[in-house]
Design a protein around this ligand. Structure first.
Ligand SMILES: [Zn+2]
Ligand SMILES: [Zn+2]
Length: 389
């Protein structure tokens, strides 16, 4: 029999009558806690035990076998088969006492544990995304206990050996099952499995070395950041038990919609409604940009949908290709889309003027019929752009 045979319920820290949901939650918690990437290589075996326990307890068939005392992964194993009930209690006592008490596998749970990551959200304006910003986020998570500075004791003294488990962190418990007496090992209740106790625990954190705190954490928003970006702030997450190293803080950034501009890659776009006369004659117009008011020249003969570009007034290009922090590069453009407004509700004088204009401007080419949208006539600016395209 494999020497690492464990009570799977105990491995996951749940009772024998735990629901599927409780088992699943316990698994997630334990797997996270003991993942070698988080807890370190020394917890690799523990992590494997957790996985093995869950693979059995999450499978209704295997769980049933396991509950009946059959090893679901080796049902035919001599001495462990369902049909072979003789000496079953011996096997169990062998398994659950000598079989898995090895100090190499089980020991007291270290008081110091790595802290968990934390996640928070932050909504910024499009302007902040264009220029970058320094922001603060409020996080409610574990911090080092201010009273004992993480020591856990009121007087700074180190914890002493637990008198109940003599430092092993485990207690043995005898229970009677259908199959006979079963000796199981579980975390010591006196020291919660740590093997040590504080004789004079810190009154603020009760020995945990950490307390829940509200903190304001500064976040640097790089210029050019995109909507739905996750920023990682190393070691700004929850401090671990026993003032263990803090996890990371993740900040999910949402860029709010702006009433004047939309973003497309590194360019900003806006739409400007202009009178037909401006479009026909050309006009200098004042517009708002994130860089303050700017004058744009609406070219003579502009058509509906023509654009005017203000170069370099867009969003900084965010380069995330490097291993270091993202670099903000040159800015994109601000593209102004012209929407030509046809005059309406003209008075008699205006109608006369426009009629006189119509008589003088015999644009026969304007009237055209075809099955598909007619490609719009290019204004001067668009022509210029096409020349360089
Ligand atoms: Zn103890
Ligand atoms: Zn404390």
């Amino acid at each position: 029999m494999a020497s690492d045979q464990q009570d799977y319920y105990q491995v996951l820290g749940v009772s024998r009558d735990a629901s599927d949901d409780e088992i699943r939650k316990a698994y997630r918690r334990m797997a996270r806690k003991y993942h070698p990437d988080i807890a370190g290589e020394q917890y690799k075996e523990k992590f494997e035990q957790v996985n093995r326990a869950y693979s059995v307890l999450s499978d209704p068939k295997k769980k049933q076998m396991y509950d009946a005392g059959v090893d679901p992964d080796h049902p035919q194993q001599p001495g462990f088969g369902a049909a072979d009930f003789g000496g079953f209690s011996d096997i169990f006592s062998d398994l659950f006492t000598g079989g898995f008490g090895g100090a190499s596998q089980r020991g007291p749970i270290p008081r110091q544990q790595p802290g968990q990551d934390a996640l928070t959200r932050l909504t910024i304006s499009l302007k902040d995304a264009v220029f970058g910003a320094e922001k603060n986020v409020e996080v409610s998570t574990y911090g080092v206990c201010p009273t004992c500075k993480g020591a856990g004791s009121a007087d700074g003294s180190a914890p002493t050996q637990c008198p109940v488990c003599h430092g092993s962190g485990y207690q043995q418990k005898v229970s009677t099952t259908l199959l006979g007496q079963m000796v199981s090992t579980q975390p010591c209740e006196n020291c919660q499995g740590h093997g040590t106790v504080f004789t004079n625990p810190c009154p603020t954190c009760q020995g945990e070395g950490r307390v829940r705190t509200n903190r304001s954490v500064g976040v640097r928003i790089p210029a050019g950041i995109h909507d739905k970006t996750r920023i990682r702030l190393a070691s700004q997450g929850a401090v671990g038990e026993g003032a263990g190293p803090a996890g990371d803080l993740y900040v999910d950034i949402t860029v709010a919609e702006d009433k004047n501009f939309t973003r497309s890659d590194d360019d900003l776009h806006c739409w400007l409604r202009v009178p037909m006369t401006w479009a026909a004659l050309g006009h200098a117009a004042d517009i708002d940009t994130f860089d303050g008011p700017r004058k744009i020249q609406i070219p003579e003969g502009s058509q509906e949908g023509d654009t005017v570009s203000l170069d370099g007034l867009g969003v900084a290009h965010l380069d995330t290709s490097g291993n270091s922090a993202p670099q903000s590069g040159a800015r994109g453009n601000l593209i102004v889309h012209l929407q030509v407004s046809t005059p309406a509700n003209l008075n008699r004088h205006q109608k006369e003027l426009l009629t006189a204009f119509a008589d003088s401007y015999a644009d026969q080419g304007a009237l055209k019929q075809q099955a598909k949208p007619i490609e719009r006539r290019k204004g001067f600016f668009s022509k210029l752009k096409n020349m360089f395209a």
